[in-house]
Every structure is written in structure tokens, then in C-alpha cells.
Design a protein around this ligand. Sequence first.
Ligand SMILES: *Cc1c(COP(=O)(O)O)cnc(C)c1O
Length: 356
Amino acid sequence: MKVYNFSAGPSTLPQPVLEKVQKEFLNFRNSGMSVVEISHRAKLFMEVVDELTSSFKEVMNIPDNYKVIFVQGGASTQFEAVPLNLLVKGKADYLVTGNFAKKAYKEAMKYGDISCAASSEDKTFTYIPREYNIREDIDYVHMCHNNTIFGTRYTFVPDTKGALLVADMSSSILSQEVDISKYGVIYAGAQKNVAPAGVTIVIVREDLLERTMDICPTMLKWKTQVDNDSLYNTPPCFSMYVANLVMDWIKEMGGVKEMQKINEYKAGLLYDFIDNSSFYTNSVNKADRSMMNVPFVSPSKDLDAAFVKEAEASGLTALKGHRLVGGMRASIYNAMPVEGVKTLIDFMKKFEQANK
Ligand SMILES: *Cc1c(COP(=O)(O)O)cnc(C)c1O
């Protein structure tokens, strides 16, 4: 049975990438060794890091005055790395649009005068606020570009009144074109759209590397990895290796521009189906809907549970919604083929017929 994996993360990876990994797992680039057993300082692996770094710059159209580094600890570690690297005046404002955004906000509070500039918690994070309370003289504004759990996304760059903008793009990186120059820092855990869990991508504007808080641990300081080409210590080699293959796959697919088109098409199919159905509902403000994570419910909790169970048995896995939201959630990242979304919609039709 063909299985489509709708997991929010770790999530499905492109089939051709997995096949390549399998094919060369025991003999990486004719070295007679596996990529997971060579030194991270060996020329063979340094090539991977070089390729990965330049691929990111190329594919994401990253301006020359930005650095790309690969670190460990997941996006969650960046929740503390951001204030530790950027809080020099001691003030920052946070846009609280979901669970991860709130975690980032709470973490930053340990390090300075942190304020919530806008929140959508009043309506269980089903929309992106349009009004902000940005203070004067702050070090940065932090936002979460795509809210993985609640299925919302920024379709615009928030007005920070000139303050530096920092974005968590864990669940949307490489899914759509981004004007990097609008951001000071972008970070993302790999396990949604880039690679297996392990590596975290940080894109940082060069001039920001000098303003670290004194107490910032060496390992959290972005400059440490910038100065060492992401090889200050042992990096998450396997995850970086797979990320490099995913970058090749994206290039073959026509780049991020093409990925965006496909993602718009996939999400469009699913949302259109949900909107035209009287059985399924998505409660997110339409203008703020995520292209990557689509939460929806059936008419009852019992039917939701039956849906998840029957879908699983039909090869459509990991559709259970996050515990904070309930219902279902289909994560349709870059690697989810159009066919997977169509198969899901077919299943949804059948389930509706059988249960309405
Ligand atoms: C998954 C996720 C995180 C947490 O990532 P980890 O790598 O598990 O720390 C943070 N932010 C967003 C938007 C996410 O989707």
C-alpha cells in the first residue's frame, strides 16, 4: 500500500532523495565509507558543507551581506540564542501568533525587557494580528512566519517601525519566495521542510554578528559558527548531508519559485474542498491560512477519531491534529506530492459519504 505521511515534523522527505541516501549509504562518493562514519573535517564532508551553504544562498536568493550557518539544538534553542545574540539595549518585542511564538517570547523574557507587541491568543491563534504595539528603541521584533500547530501564516511582512525583524521559519522555509533583505535573522529547524531532525539553519545579516550579549554561551553565538564555517564542533553530519540532497532536489524541481507554485496548488485543492464541504471545517481566518499545515475538523470529536483511524488504515498517516487544537491536521510540505493531497481529498469524500 502506498503510504502518504502528513506528519507535522519530522515529516515526509522527497522520495528521490531517500533513494539516493539508500543507494550511497555504504559508499559515499566512492570513498568506500558511509557518510555517517567520515570525519567532519575530512575533505569529503567539508565539500558537503560548502555545497549546502552555497545551495542555500542560491536557492533562497540570500544577499551577500548575510551568512548561513548550520547549528544544533533545533529551532527551540534559537528561542534563547536570539536574545543572547541580539539583546544589547535589552528590549525586544514579540508577535505571539502561536505556541512556538509564545515559547520564544517566554524564553526571551529571561534575558531582558520583553514585551508582547501583538497576540492572537484571544481567538486560539486562528488569525494573524494586523495591529502591533511596537515600542521605541528596541533591539528587534520576533515573529513566527508559519504557525505549524494552528495553521496560520504571515502573508505580509509586519511593519516593525524600522526595528530589526527576526523570523522563525521552521515550517515554511523553502516553501515560498522570501525577500531576505526584510529580515535581520531567519532560523529554522530542518525537520519540516529540509532534512531529518538534527540541523538548524540560521541566516543572519553580517553586521549583527558583533552585538552579542556578554553572557552568550560560545555554542549559541552565531559568530562562533560563522567564523568556523559551521564546523566549530561536530555538526549533525547526516542531517546536513540529506539537506544537501534536498537542495539538489529543489533545484531540479525548478527552485523555490516552482515549489511555491506547487504548494499554492496543493493547499488550494485542499482548502477549496474543505470550503465547499458542509462536513469539514477549517477555522482559520481565510487570509491567514498556512500553505504547509492545514487543520480541519469533522462534525464531531468521535468522527474525528474515526477519521484519523480509518485514514491511517488507508495509508494516510499522521493526520491527527496537535493536542492543543484537536481534530485533524494535514501537513503538506514541499515533499508531499500533489498525488498525496488528491488521495487525501478522495478519502475525505468517501468518509463524508459514509458518515454524514
Ligand atoms: C517545529 C517548530 C519549532 C520547534 O522546532 P525544534 O527543532 O523541535 O526545536 C519551532 N518553531 C516552529 C514554527 C516549528 O514548526
